[in-house]
Design a binder for this molecule. Structure first.
Ligand SMILES: C[S@@+](CC[C@H](N)C(=O)[O-])C[C@H]1O[C@@H](n2cnc3c(N)ncnc32)[C@H](O)[C@@H]1O
Length: 217
């Protein structure tokens, strides 16, 4: 699966402009196409906004700053087969590789994976990158020790139960799955750890908050 970055019109913040949004049922294929298109267009703005905080080879679970190095939510990863879902530019997978994991970094967006490939080269930490939908993992059953995801894919799929069934299918018996996603109460708070911003971030149809600064002083 590969696709050139799309040409969705962008807003002044660099993200795809809101507009023409409606709520209606969408099947898995349509949902994946829309997600891919949105994230390909959003990748430059997302990485400009968050890339500095995420780092090149660091595992940050959330904007609040919880790191896998301190939290050890995944347990011992050295020598384990790990699949990261929704890896973006893949800093978490690179950190896992340096911790000794046999990791594959999966994302739907060619725009995100292009940046991940650049960072692989820049850091010399060459994690395998896989372009695929969280709802249809191209991975054999019972082959993965750990699946992880930091806000990757799962908040954006139409059929989250289907995506979780895929996680269960690829995990070995006794394997571990850890994911961070927003609690709905998170939406009123900033999407960035930057201390000087405040405002409101209502959810959009994609699930990403549209961060509207009200005070940058
Ligand atoms: C909020 S970003 C998180 C990226 C990365 N985990 C991080 O912490 O920066 C969400 C990521 O999920 C990916 N994504 C969205 N829908 C997806 C899907 N259906 N399957 C796989 N990845 C998906 C996007 O391309 C994007 O890279």
């Amino acid at each position: 699966m590969s696709e050139l970055p799309s040409s969705l019109p962008l807003g002044s913040d660099g993200y795809p402009a809101a507009g023409g949004v409606a709520r209606r049922p969408a099947g898995a294929a349509e949902s994946a196409r829309a997600n891919r298109r949105w994230w390909d267009a959003a990748a430059p703005a997302y990485l400009a906004e968050h890339g500095g905080d995420l780092g090149d080879a660091d595992f940050l679970w959330c904007p609040e700053g919880l790191r896998e190095a301190e939290a050890h939510l995944l347990g011992e990863v050295a020598g384990r087969r790990v699949l990261e879902i929704g890896c973006g530019s893949a800093p978490c997978s690179r950190w896992l590789r340096t911790a000794g994991a046999d990791v594959v970094a999966l994302d739907l967006s060619a725009g995100m994976l292009a940046r991940a490939a650049e960072l692989n080269r820049a850091t010399g930490i060459d994690v395998p990158l896989l372009q695929a939908d969280a709802g249809a993992l191209p991975v054999a059953a019972d082959t993965v020790d750990v699946v992880c995801s930091a806000f990757g894919g799962l908040p954006f799929v139409a059929d989250v139960e289907g995506a979780l069934r895929e996680v269960a299918r690829v995990l070995r018996p006794g394997g571990r799955f850890v994911a961070s996603v927003n609690h709905p109460m998170r939406w009123p708070f900033p999407d960035s750890p930057t201390p000087t911003t405040s405002g409101s971030c209502p959810p959009t149809s994609t699930g990403r908050p549209t961060w509207r600064p009200t005070d940058t002083g």
